[in-house]
Design a protein around this ligand. Structure first.
Ligand SMILES: O=P(O)(O)OC[C@H]1O[C@H](O)[C@H](O)[C@@H](O)[C@@H]1O
Length: 455
């Protein structure tokens, strides 16, 4: 906040320390003048910033933040998206103000908090959070896990189970009191209604103004018509793509789909990074030693290409016959530099063997990408009609394994039915997450322990 109305902060000087950090004489004078009022001085471009400056800078932001809430509440988002966007941006600056304050130190935070209107309580300012903080410093920091583990009653109570998944959290640095405090915090933050908002497609990802709907990726077909995003029936769309992947998989595995030279394709190279790589690879690692996975993948191979080191490309395809190889470019945005570089390298590899023909790309390269990247997929030379498997902006990259990003490589290697089972498992956990009471709810407990451990 200080950088926009006042200029860039150049120095922050605690007034109690000697003048060694600031040679400017006028600043020294200022410091002397203000010594009695405050023990912190903020210098911006040679000028000291007063409490009043801070207050007016914050006021501007807080006013637009207040308008933002109003705008969104009034449904302006639908009628005037630009306005709502600007309002959203301003709104997000509110926590940022505190973040800056935090960096400036305790004195600055205090001064800033004093001038901030009591508008929206951050989680860290709630009584439930403070109770957790006290509990952490007064009790848990003095307790060794070794001693916690001696308490049988405690250990017996710290587990949750659902559908064959058994979650034992007795090795966490936590007691049943910790859990009580965490559940209180979750209640205070209205977690249950936030979960419902997520499942129903509300745009809870407010930084990108998007829904967070990976759960729709594993919702059953008969739930079509229940979740809409910007007027589109999310679950219906999901099943259209799953049907497309199923049909493509069957054609690929039965040899109906062949490469450019008519050979049957047996090797799959999945190019992608981050969420477009780790999820599918994790699934592959799990399945490749499972009896069902071993038999269903016989005769096929799947490799991942995520690294841009040229030796990695060599390692991935040195022993592959390009005529029998299908390249999957997995990228939600279809712009990620590493992925696109590897995709171009693999395209060249195909061209080097089979000739510089666009049909080589149309027969050997498929894309898993978001609907909004369709033009880029087409530009690359991929057949967007038959070789493009889409997902949506409301699928976060790290969850895309349940969408085309995971479905295509895993189904081609192991068959669609195995992938379907994975979706069914995820669906079962979604239902548990949505319906189980908090104290038995595995994802909620894991989330709360995540908050506990990282804070
Ligand atoms: O799928 P893409 O658009 O190529 O992005 C790939 C990855 O890029 C970055 O690493 C992001 O942090 C990830 O969240 C994302 O999954």
């Amino acid at each position: 906040f200080l950088s926009s109305p006042c200029g860039r902060i150049s120095q922050i000087l605690p007034l109690t320390s000697p003048a060694r950090t600031n040679p400017r004489s006028e600043t020294t004078t200022l410091r002397a003048q203000r010594r009695k009022k405050s023990n912190l001085q903020i210098i911006v471009e040679g000028r000291e910033i007063s409490d009043q400056d801070i207050q007016s800078a914050i006021q501007t932001q807080v006013e637009s933040a207040a308008q933002s809430e109003y705008a969104v509440a009034e449904g302006l988002q639908r009628e005037a998206p630009d306005k709502a966007h600007a309002a959203h941006d301003a709104h997000h600056n509110y926590p940022r103000v505190l973040l800056h304050a935090d960096r400036l130190g305790r004195d600055a935070t205090k001064r800033i908090l004093n001038v901030l209107p009591k508008q929206k309580a951050l989680v860290s300012t709630t009584a439930e959070w403070k109770r957790l903080q006290r509990h952490a410093s007064e009790t848990i920091s003095q307790t060794h896990l070794r001693d916690l583990l001696k308490d049988e009653e405690r250990c017996d109570s710290m587990f949750a189970t659902h559908d064959g998944v058994y979650y034992d959290y007795s090795r966490q640095q936590a007691t049943s009191e910790t859990m009580d405090l965490l559940f209180n915090l979750a209640e205070k933050q209205e977690l249950t209604s936030r979960i419902d908002q997520m499942f129903s497609g509300e745009k809870i990802n407010f930084t990108e103004d998007r829904a967070v709907l990976h759960t729709a990726l594993r919702a059953p077909r008969d739930e079509a018509g229940t979740v809409f995003v910007d007027g589109l029936d999310a679950i219906k769309e999901v099943h259209e793509v799953l049907d497309q992947i199923k049909a493509f998989t069957e054609a690929f595995r039965s040899g109906q789909i062949t490469g450019y030279t008519g050979k049957r394709m047996r090797n799959i190279v999945s190019v992608g990074i981050g969420g477009s790589y780790l999820g599918p690879e994790f699934l592959h690692e799990v399945l490749k030693t499972e009896a069902e996975g071993v038999t269903s993948s016989l005769g096929y191979s799947l490799r991942f290409l995520a690294n841009v080191d040229p030796v990695d490309v060599e390692r991935t395809c040195a022993d592959l016959d390009p005529e029998e190889t299908l390249i999957i470019v997995v990228s939600k945005t279809f712009t990620t530099a590493e992925t696109m570089l590897n995709a171009r390298t693999m395209r060249q590899w195909l061209w080097d063997f089979m000739g510089d023909d666009i049909d080589v790309v149309r027969k050997h390269v498929v894309a898993c990408s978001s609907v909004s990247a369709t033009d880029k997929v087409a530009e690359f030379g991929i057949d967007t009609e038959n070789y493009f498997f889409r997902f949506w902006d409301w699928v976060g990259g790290r969850y895309s394994v349940c969408g085309a990003a995971g479905a295509v490589p895993i189904s081609l290697l192991y068959g669609f039915d195995i992938f379907r089972k994975f979706l069914d498992g995820a669906r079962s956990m979604d239902q548990h997450f949505r319906n189980a009471p908090m104290r038995e709810n595995i994802p909620i407990i894991m989330g709360l322990l995540g908050v506990w451990n990282s804070s």
